[in-house]
Ligand binder design. Structure first.
Ligand code: 13P
Length: 253
């Protein structure tokens, strides 16, 4: 399989421009040899200019945690996908569970955001995941495949898309999905990708796991055939633990 392994950091609403730059210089110093996987940082939007400058020379990618679906206009407090792309972002996260739950983002809106991200030649990283109650009532596969279908309903399926499976009950709880639970969900998503866009889309689309990933559980998870990387929250706030996740994932390569 030709899918790249991606270890992404979602800093959520943590770190300012100065802390971001401090993180990066410490993080870079932790590698004597640059890892073979793809590394992506999602800082808060207000840090993107500083991060872009700092990353210019490094083989590291970055993106925004969210964007609006229009390029400009009367949308107080929002960030334009056009501007994010102009700063040099490679990626934008779409549909993180916190955006869905706390900010009321619905699938129809997320489908438009995917279009907007692609319009500016960035890679959308679409997040899907079930709540604990949905898992307990046996609805996991239904919930995540619906989120996937609706999210990609208007997308260009010829260019790169990345998915992140993040079970809501595992986010920030310290309760990680077992490698089997994650692998099962990823396999379901990969099958749905065939239905949506054929074998090629399914084969080439990386599916990342997110939810309480740490250096201690990264190795086991990364061995699963359908787990193509991680989207890390809390454990990516400190350079050493983020680097630890990357190094432990490498063991499986
Ligand atoms: P944690 O790694 O803190 O559980 O967060 C996961 C996440 O939401 C990444 O987007």
């Amino acid at each position: 399989v030709s899918r790249s392994f991606i270890v992404a950091a979602n800093w959520k609403m943590n770190k300012g421009p100065i802390e971001s730059v401090e993180f990066l210089s410490e993080f870079f110093s932790l590698f004597t040899k640059w890892p073979k996987c793809e590394i992506v940082i999602f800082p808060p939007a207000i840090d993107l200019v500083s991060v872009a400058r700092m990353i210019e020379e490094k083989p590291l990618r970055w993106g925004a945690q969210n964007c609006h679906f229009e390029d400009n206009g009367a949308f107080t407090g929002e960030n334009s996908p056009k501007v994010i792309a102009e700063l040099g972002a490679d990626y934008t996260l779409v549909g993180h569970s916190e955006r869905r739950k706390i900010f009321g983002e619905i699938d129809e809106m997320l489908a438009k955001k995917i279009v907007a991200v692609q319009r500016h030649n960035m890679i959308p990283m679409l997040c899907v995941g079930e709540e604990l109650s949905e898992r307990e009532s046996g609805k996991t596969n239904l919930v995540i495949t619906e989120q996937l279908k609706k999210g990609l309903s208007q997308a260009n399926l010829e260019t790169k898309i990345v998915l992140a499976y993040e079970p809501v009950w595992a986010i920030g709880t310290g309760k990680v999905a077992t490698p089997e639970q994650a692998e099962d969900a990823h396999a379901v998503l990969r099958k749905m990708l065939i239905e949506i866009g054929g074998e090629s889309l399914s084969e080439r689309t990386p599916i990342l796991y997110g939810g309480s990933v740490k250096p201690e559980n990264a190795a086991e998870l990364s061995k699963k055939p359908n787990i193509d990387g991680f989207l890390v929250g809390g454990a990516a706030l400190a350079p050493a633990s983020y680097a630890g996740i990357i190094k432990n994932s490498q063991l499986a390569f």
